[in-house]
Design a protein around this ligand. Structure first.
Ligand SMILES: *[C@@H]1O[C@H](CO)[C@@H](O)[C@H](O)[C@H]1NC(C)=O
Ligand SMILES: *[C@@H]1O[C@H](CO)[C@@H](O)[C@H](O)[C@H]1NC(C)=O
Ligand SMILES: *[C@@H]1O[C@H](CO)[C@@H](O)[C@H](O)[C@H]1NC(C)=O
Ligand SMILES: *[C@@H]1O[C@H](CO)[C@@H](O)[C@H](O)[C@H]1NC(C)=O
Ligand SMILES: *[C@@H]1O[C@H](CO)[C@@H](O)[C@H](O)[C@H]1NC(C)=O
Ligand SMILES: *[C@@H]1O[C@H](CO)[C@@H](O)[C@H](O)[C@H]1NC(C)=O
Ligand SMILES: *[C@@H]1O[C@H](CO)[C@@H](O)[C@H](O)[C@H]1NC(C)=O
Length: 485
């Protein structure tokens, strides 16, 4: 059978990245110079890497291996000789380092939670698969002589699905690795705590740089792990009931930790007032907000708040404006060339929804249609500072028959309509410039969706449904295509 199989590998490679980082960065963090060692070995750390300080009595040592035979990463920390105890200002630096590691632990918990969520999905799927297999066997045995066409069809389907089972098992093993890694960091934290009393750290400036570097890499790892293909949308949760039938609301995916300000725009035209609620909690429970007056009214519901600025389509034009909330001024304004506007190429629900701006893990995007592409959806990646198009993709999906669309991990997902039963049924991958038809149903609780956008920070879909502000969780499957098993 030549069905291309899906193989889960991203989790594993992320583990490799993390463990690699464990063995490379951590030793440097604690003041050990790994340059010499890496150069001597001519590359990456081996399965088992001992890092020796220039002067063994003076420093403490970290031995680490990327993976042991069971796939775990192992760190061993050897304390320096007791006589070298020092209690100077460096203790403070170590305390900061400790805090960083603790913060990292929190990040890993988030990562772990996400993995667990996906794992539940995988397990459910596995049970279904196994159930189907058993059922089929029974049917086949009971009706040996009845070789009806249907049974053949089921069997073919089963054959197609069977190779997924080992893949699912691999996924479970990967999830276990994340758990082990978490435990390891916790262990490391406690070792650091003990050492804190005895040892100072090294030059703070350098330490700081290395920690920043480390954080960046960890964030990149998590981003990678967070990416995948949409496989499910949860039941909706209604956050608030307010405003007119049409509007949009969101949080900023790049807002600093703890900033959950909610941005709220009621109506699709002739409005220029953006409401800012202090937090999601405030938004849910109160009508306490600050109002921002934009220099121009907007068109449609395609606005997006990204890194402290709102990007919106200026009313009756194909101009995109970036308005910075920090300075309360326009920081950039540019025409989106050839984009239809003024209900030329709206979404199925109308409302001047010609130009839809959105953000995913990869940055800022514009979804629109052009005459050149016969009214079909054009997707452009935008530079968030200059608003220039970095790259465009032309799809074969008519914009006017799309319900809404949103981007996740570089794939555009299009829904079939705004009222009644709704599903995500078309997916265009910018990675491969190919499309496919899919079938992911989701509940349209209030029967009129005028905005649907993904937030990569929450991994949630924000929707405006008939005067209700609604959230959905999404399940992403971390898949890469590989050879047949
Ligand atoms: C690490 O060691 C190498 C070679 O011994 C040296 O060139 C480099 O400056 C050292 N790095 C630090 C940060 O001490
Ligand atoms: C750890 O996280 C807390 C809250 O997220 C933050 O206030 C603190 O500065 C962080 N510590 C370090 C060393 O980054
Ligand atoms: C963490 O420490 C506990 C207790 O010291 C130990 O049982 C466990 O194996 C350690 N975990 C890892 C991953 O090293
Ligand atoms: C309303 O929000 C502002 C900040 O946005 C805050 O200073 C004020 O205390 C809030 N008022 C109430 C009644 O919650
Ligand atoms: C977000 O804004 C800050 C401050 O304006 C800037 O330094 C940073 O590079 C921006 N991040 C992105 C991803 O654009
Ligand atoms: C896109 O392709 C690159 C390289 O082929 C791959 O690493 C990445 O995971 C792909 N992204 C998605 C979302 O499929
Ligand atoms: C999404 O998942 C998180 C964590 O499991 C949960 O707290 C939240 O309520 C969920 N939201 C929705 C809309 O289901």
């Amino acid at each position: 059978m030549s069905v291309p199989l899906l193989k889960i590998g991203v989790v594993l490679s992320t583990m490799a990245m993390i463990t690699n980082w464990m063995s490379q960065t951590l030793p440097s963090l604690v003041g050990l110079n790994t340059t010499k060692l890496t150069a001597a070995q001519g590359g990456y750390p081996d399965r088992s890497t001992g890092v020796l300080p220039a002067n063994p009595e003076e420093s403490w040592q970290v031995y680490s291996s990327a993976q042991d035979s069971e796939g775990r990463c192992v760190c061993t920390v050897v304390a320096p000789q007791q006589s070298m105890c020092s209690r100077d200002a460096r203790t403070k630096q170590l305390r900061q380092l400790l805090e960083k590691v603790q913060n990292m632990t929190q990040s890993i918990q988030v990562l772990d939670q996400r993995t667990q969520r996906d794992l539940q999905y995988v397990e459910k799927m596995e049970v279904q698969l196994r159930g189907l297999e058993t059922k089929f066997r029974q049917v086949e045995e009971n009706h040996k002589q009845n070789i009806a066409k249907q049974y053949k069809a089921i069997k073919a389907k089963m054959e197609e699905l069977r190779p997924l089972i080992p893949v699912l098992e691999e996924y479970k093993a990967d999830a276990k690795l994340v758990l082990q890694f978490k435990e390891e960091v916790q262990n490391l934290t406690s070792v650091l705590s003990e050492l804190q009393e005895e040892m100072g750290a090294y030059d703070y400036e350098e330490l700081h740089n290395r920690v920043s570097n480390l954080e960046e890499r960890l964030r990149a790892c998590m981003q990678k792990l967070a990416c995948g293909k949409l496989t499910g949308i949860s039941d909706p949760i209604t956050i608030k009931t307010s405003g007119s039938r049409f509007g949009s609301w969101m949080t900023d995916p790049l807002a600093p930790e703890g900033d959950t300000r909610v941005w709220y725009m009621d109506g699709y035209h002739n409005n220029r007032f953006v409401r800012e609620y202090r937090s999601m909690q405030d938004f849910m429970t109160s009508d306490n907000f600050t109002s921002h007056r934009l220099p121009h009214p907007w068109s449609g519901t395609g606005q997006v708040v990204y890194n402290g600025s709102i990007y919106f389509n200026k009313f009756q034009s194909h101009v995109i404006i970036k308005f910075d909330f920090r300075t309360s001024s326009i920081s950039k304004s540019r025409q989106l060339d050839y984009a239809g506007f003024n209900n030329a190429y709206h979404y199925a629900w109308g409302g001047h929804s010609d130009i839809d701006l959105m953000v995913d893990e990869g940055g800022l995007w514009a979804v629109y249609a052009t005459n050149q592409n016969a009214g079909n959806i054009v997707l452009s990646k935008l530079n968030p500072n200059t608003l220039q198009i970095i790259k465009s993709w032309t799809t074969n999906h008519p914009k006017r028959s799309a319900g809404e669309s949103f981007m996740i991990c570089g794939t555009l997902y299009v829904t079939n309509g705004y009222s009644g039963g709704t599903k995500v049924y078309y997916a265009y991958s910018t990675n491969s410039s190919t499309y496919e038809y899919i079938d992911i149903a989701f509940q349209n609780k209030y029967s009129h969706i005028s905005m649907l956008d993904y937030n990569p920070r929450d991994r949630a879909l924000y929707a405006w449904n008939n005067g209700h502000q609604v959230l959905y969780n999404v399940t992403l499957f971390h898949v890469i295509r590989s050879e047949e098993l």
